[in-house]
Design a protein around this ligand. Structure first.
Ligand code: NZQ
Ligand code: ZN
Length: 391
């Protein structure tokens, strides 16, 4: 087990009826608030009004920046940064899923920088200063409400890049599972698949085998994510299942799962980000297409980790390593399908002829993420296994 420092500074306020605390938690950091939210849901389900009411009750002056799209764009963040500077914003409050929270993170650090915020994503600049951020999470998926990552799409370069820095942790995460009751079935499944990918990537790319505390933690979390998602897809108002899914997704990428694993990679995300950058595909839907192909390609590179994961998570017994991997990939793919997620580029209506473009698009991020082993050829070979041609 490698040495590690675990420091997650985000204060989590979790549970039913926690939204009214947003005002005081925000006012503790400042009164001039930029309220960042998505396109429709927070307005239509009344959450936005409740948050504004809470902020105003705490004496905050609220400047709104709505319309953050899924797979948030650099151009939109630029506009919000201008507004934050012009309005002398002191604190940011984000109400939404990972896209809104990531955009808010970029705004929080971009407002304090003299250069283009994109330079953080290309590794040209590091973060020195930020505005405090209160994240009100409304979707169980990315874990952005409790982690140090952010992902943004630069539409002009058609690049979707992720960047991590300890200053990107929100100061406070307010997580009321009841806010996720309105998440439709497809985005419930996409969120669960994203959280599963966060676990599988670390689990299967670490060189550290046999750290049972980490292995059991990740295996148990993976099972819980799938079980909770199944329950929610049966009953969208199942509070316990929504709560379990929301907390599991947070625990899947809040830093705990990676403790002691040493170097880990994000190969599934590396490839998916290019698909979303070029086709604006929902992140979790891109992952459900990439994951089976990556597992098939990876099967003979590191079989032991995959065999252990599938034996533990899918309770596969008395099979050889090769059979276990085969059975595990089929079981996971079947679960994606049962959850209503696509499992081929064909289902995303993406032509296999675009594979070399996706691979080329991913190379710049592979370099920044120090994953040089992901060459054009390797990424193309993985994507060839995702077309759905051999389904
Ligand atoms: O914009 P609105 O109307 O709110 O609609 C959103 C959006 O269409 C909707 N939604 C969100 N909360 C809802 C709701 N609909 C009904 N009821 C609610 N309570 O759901 C759609 C998807 O929202 P989005 O925020 O895009 O989804 P998610 O939370 O999965 O975030 C995806 C983004 O997170 C990034 C992804 O790359 C993607 O850009 N990620 C961020 C990470 C991080 N910061 O650590 C890691 C992840 O791996 C991921 O890459
Ligand atoms: Zn993800």
């Amino acid at each position: 087990m490698h040495n590690f420092v675990y420091h997650n500074p985000t204060k989590v306020i979790f549970g039913k009826g926690t939204i009214p605390q947003t005002g005081n938690e925000t006012a503790a950091f400042g009164k001039r608030v930029l309220l960042v939210y998505g396109c429709l849901s927070a307005k239509s389900n009344g959450l936005l009004q409740r948050v504004i009411g809470s902020l105003e009750e705490a004496g905050c002056i609220v400047v709104e920046h709505g319309g953050v799209r899924s797979n948030p764009s650099l151009a939109d963040v630029h506009i919000a940064i201008q507004s934050a500077k012009a309005e002398n914003i002191e604190v940011i409050c984000a109400v939404g899923g990972g896209s809104v929270i990531d955009a808010a993170k970029a705004i929080s650090v971009g407002t304090c920088a003299e250069h283009d915020v994109w330079k953080f994503f290309t590794g040209k600049k590091s973060i020195r200063q930020k505005l405090p951020l209160i994240a009100v999470s409304t979707l169980a998926a990315s874990g952005s409400e409790v982690n140090s990552g952010m992902v943004l799409t630069n539409d002009s370069t058609q690049q979707k890049f992720g960047f991590g820095h300890r200053l990107l942790h929100p100061e406070v995460a307010i997580m009321d599972p009841e806010t996720t009751f309105t998440v439709p079935a497809n985005y419930t499944a996409y969120g669960a698949i994203d959280a599963l990918a966060h676990i599988m990537e670390f689990y299967m790319t670490t060189e550290q085998a046999g750290i049972n505390v980490q292995d059991r933690y990740m295996e148990g979390l993976a099972k819980c994510i799938m079980e909770s998602c199944d329950h929610v897809l049966l009953d969208s108002g199942d509070y316990q299942a929504r709560a379990s899914l929301m907390w599991s997704a947070a625990l899947a990428l809040n830093g705990l799962s990676a403790a002691g694993l040493g170097k880990v990679g994000f190969p599934m995300h590396l490839i998916e980000h290019s698909i979303s950058a070029l086709h604006n595909v929902p992140h979790g839907a891109g992952l459900s297409v990439v994951i089976p192909g990556w597992l098939k390609y990876q099967a003979n590179q590191q079989p032991a980790r995959m065999v252990q994961f599938f034996r533990q998570v899918f309770d596969i017994k008395e099979m050889s390593e090769v059979e276990t991997i085969d059975c595990g990939i089929s079981a996971l793919t079947a679960w994606f399908k049962k959850s209503g997620a696509p499992v081929s580029l064909k289902e995303l209506e993406i032509d296999a002829g675009e594979i070399s473009q996706f691979a080329e698009n991913a190379l710049a991020q592979a370099k920044i993420w120090r994953m040089r082993e992901y060459t054009q050829e390797k990424i193309e070979s993985i994507l060839e296994l995702c077309t759905g041609a051999n389904a």
